[in-house]
Design a binder for this molecule. Sequence first.
Ligand code: OOG
Ligand code: NI
Length: 460
Amino acid sequence: MSQNFVNPDQVRAWFSRAMSDMYKSEVPLYDTLLDLVADVNAKTLAEQPDLAAQLARTGEIERLDIERHGAIRVGTAEELSNMRRVFAVMGMQPVGYYDLSPAGVPVHSTAFRATHEAALQTSPFRVFTSLLRLELIDDAALREKAARILAARQIFTARALELAGQFETQGGLNDADAREFVAEALHTFRWHSEATVSLDDYRELHGLHRLIADVVAFKGPHINHLTPRTLDIDEAQAEMPRRGVSAKAVIEGPPPRKCPILLRQTSFKALEESVWFAGADGKAAVGSHTARFGEIEQRGVALTRKGRALYDQLLDLARSRISGAPNESNADAYMQNLQDCFATFPDDYAQLHDQGLAYFRYFLTGKEGAAPDSDLRTLIDQGYIRFEPLVYEDFLPVSAAGIFQSNLGDKAQAEYAQNASQTAFEQALGAAVQDELTLYQDTQDRSLAACLQALGAHAG
Ligand code: OOG
Ligand code: NI
């Protein structure tokens, strides 16, 4: 009786809202961040009528205020595969594979998100989900201890898993079950101020890598940030210190441009929070842990394989020209160098479109009377069809590594011998990750097909 089922897109919208409310109460600075972004966005829209018109034409404006992503880190294959089942109830599928080991972070990751443009329009909520790679730890005794501690915890409530099972067998959840599911699933992402280990064990895990302590020592994968989307990240970055928020030294990703590409992100440092550790004598010991931080992002057009190759090439060039990690003292030089290196990346939507560097959505202009056998080029040139940038919905591994690092402290990073292992990740996940480029191509193709059909034309 599928007519009684709540649309998974609706469940995701509820969940995203509930998560934001929870995070607001847990991390008051997040509320400051939301206000800051809302102010910057209002100012940007008022000052840039062309941008406002473009966002209105594409519908982007409607989702801007509800748009956010979060991030979590899980410890075992079972946790990851159950996470996949829980996100599926909300219409979120694993998209993309990210290997963070080259950056000295012992995890690999995917992004759970909606995949169809209509679903993304209802709720673009995404969760960057990382799996700890214990196999990258050399110390066998400590590796086994961490595995033992992880095996003893259950990060989902029994009811959340039961409802996920019901969703799988019935193909959906009714209103009451869906609402209960949202409340139950939320528990998994809460902050717990009691650790599951002793202070000594915590220190030992922390000594290996702060991230390992963050994953292993707690009851669950607390959401570690929730990121709103700004229309002007340079302005947001400048505004952060004015509101008492200490931002990361530089914005990750591409330099500022007229036509934004991919993703630019900045963050502020993790908060130090007090934690109770289990004491050997039954008494608790108080300590602290830093896990949660704030982040802001600006999203631009999704790049094709060709565009992405050019982006990666220019980013490598920029990084090879500057030594060491960017910090407060060389932030201006870092940005200038980045801008110099990206000078050859076309900064014009028509060029990005015509050179096949980025994905677009096609829209009818309202003009009628196209010749039936016109091809796309003609229809564009004659003003029947216009194209608008298709927004990048994913993440960037180099940027993610920069975000991880700025929040893991500035100590020398570990180096890991092993590298990407998408097969091992998918085995743990219990499914293949979807290819993000295919999803963008599908959206572009659907928009073109709809235009051509309406005009009575065919793809030329
Ligand atoms: C995830 C960091 C990556 C992003 O926006 O690139 C990320 C983490 O710290 O767990 O969220
Ligand atoms: Ni993030």
